[in-house]
Write a protein that binds this ligand. Sequence first.
Ligand code: ADP
Length: 669
Amino acid sequence: MFNKILIANRGEIACRVARTCRRLGIKTVAVYSDADKNSLHVQSCDEAVHVGGSAPKDSYLLGDKIIKIALETGAQAIHPGYGFLSENADFAQACEKAGLVFIGPPASAIFAMGSKSAAKSLMESADVPLVPGYHGDNQEAGFLHAQADLIGYPVLLKASAGGGGKGMRIVESSEKFPAALDSCKREAQSSFGDQKVLIEKYLSRPRHIEIQIFADKQGNGIYLFDRDCSVQRRHQKVIEEAPAPRVSAEIKKAMGEAAVNAAKTVGYEGAGTVEFIVEADQDGNAGRFYFMEMNTRLQVEHPVTEMITGQDLVEWQLRVAAGEPLPLLQNEIQSNGHAIEARIYAENPEKKFLPSTGTLFALNMPAEEKGSIRIDTGVRVGDVISPFYDPMIAKLIVWGADRRTAVFKMRSALDDSHIIGLSTNVAFLGRLLRCDAFIDANLDTGLIAKNEKALLTPEKTVQIVDLAFLLAARLESDMLKIRSAARELDSPWQQQDAWRMNKSCIREFSFTTDGGSAVYSLRYCYQDKTISLGDQKSKFTYRNLGNEIRLELDGLHASASIVSHPLNSNELHLFREGRHQVWAYQDPLEMSYSEEASTGKLTAPMPGKVIAIHVKPGALVKVGDPLLVVEAMKMEHTITAPFDGEVSEVNYSQGEHVNEGDQLIIFKS
Ligand code: ADP
């Protein structure tokens, strides 16, 4: 076994590889870019070496430099993780030349599976079933058109060198073929520098089912069961699970054996995944399966396989790369229970899944439980999700004795995941876990598109119960203030709960949402514990359980979590049943920006974009006057004057990006 390896990756996968190494007593060397100087993966390793600029091409893709660092630090092998250099045959070869072990398959196997067309030809010769189609060398437009006509529409055009769904075009009819071919070729050229395309029959209800395989240098090859990754958006996986539901034992066995056969055909070693596209019937049951591609590395979703088999696949990779035989034989591997993984991303599902960047002001995740709840992440609270890399925040993995138990566990784990500072897909995932088709395992790759309305348009109606939670949170924070202020807790003079003799005290609390455009005023009566919103009056009691508030409203029980923004305690985030609402408490007493008042400067409270400026140098402003508007998390925040004064400088113009703490406006002192 190795004494020291270099991890040529970042984020959660670098941390995950380091964790296994630590357990096995293997020292680790991290490499990092400028943007990752203080990142978790750097701290997770025994040594760390700076490799270059923030853009991947200036750092994590610099194969030669990474090999040099490995040699200088005395590492014996390089683990490439996934992405970056992991499927680069030249890099694998360069490692070998430099006397380093590449923890992955031989360069020849990566190369063989690198082109979709070449891989298909190989698989065809190994009798692995292929989707009916054309993947030959003749790329003449008229010939391809005739092939598509022969296959029958709809067909799918793919870039041979493709990946990540790039270049893929569904062609519905013969007339639409020429234009689709042109556009597929253009995208193939610009994305992969190779115009070559292939044509496949487009399956109307496809499922994505993949087989985890492992092979060693001794010629053993086995499969560690299957995973279903059908829940996708824009051809990218969102939820993965193992084992794949609604697949007969015969089909599973046939797929497993076909996958091992595929691996043996290319002289495979280490961890690999053979992806199949599978025809589903109307209930989602798997029918015929066809080879799609082989990924010659560890997959993002490998933890679900680890959860059902109880094996550590990174340990297996290390052992195989060090020349040991596979730890288990086919008949020694058992599958137990059901595991689900949800990928938590910094993105905005309601805005076409646009990635979002910024600081993670709160990152409260459910507690890990061995064998049951696992969180793989590469970030901590306070870290920044930058535009340079994949905006994944964490992978949440749960295990249950059966699928239903796992689904409910995932649902509650998502409800306990509270992230603030940027848009995330957590609430969207929560809705997905409540979607009937998902609960019934009636899966296919169109599940999200078919349920778009329910999944992508969150319930926006504000209910009195939402406001009751906000009120409970406010009352709790008032209590905290009172407790910390009270020197003599028992003294009636210290009581600040608005108690009045002979008179019931009613206090009004105002909350706004939608960037301040919707205002809700709630009246709370301290004596008879009722709340009223307009004409609606309800009896209200609550209990604070620390990370959750439970309340009773006219006999109805509900629970939710409220997290206030660490930089602005009046910004309240309400997490309830797969919903995440952002609210602002209108504090009538608080003198905002009191700190700013003493310095004569106004700084940005959050990173964002300046979208409007209301003042110019020389302007005389009164406290509360709007000065400028910053858009953050797709919400507008109006920055108001913290005191009366004269503006001397405005440091930003409309459209400019500001970081948290940037000085926006200077006042004349
Ligand atoms: P890429 O390598 O670009 O990600 P894949 O060949 O792996 O492309 O396909 C990505 C996804 O596209 C699959 O998971 C599936 O959802 C869909 N897909 C691929 N081939 C077909 C097909 N022949 N019919 C229907 N859907 C397909």
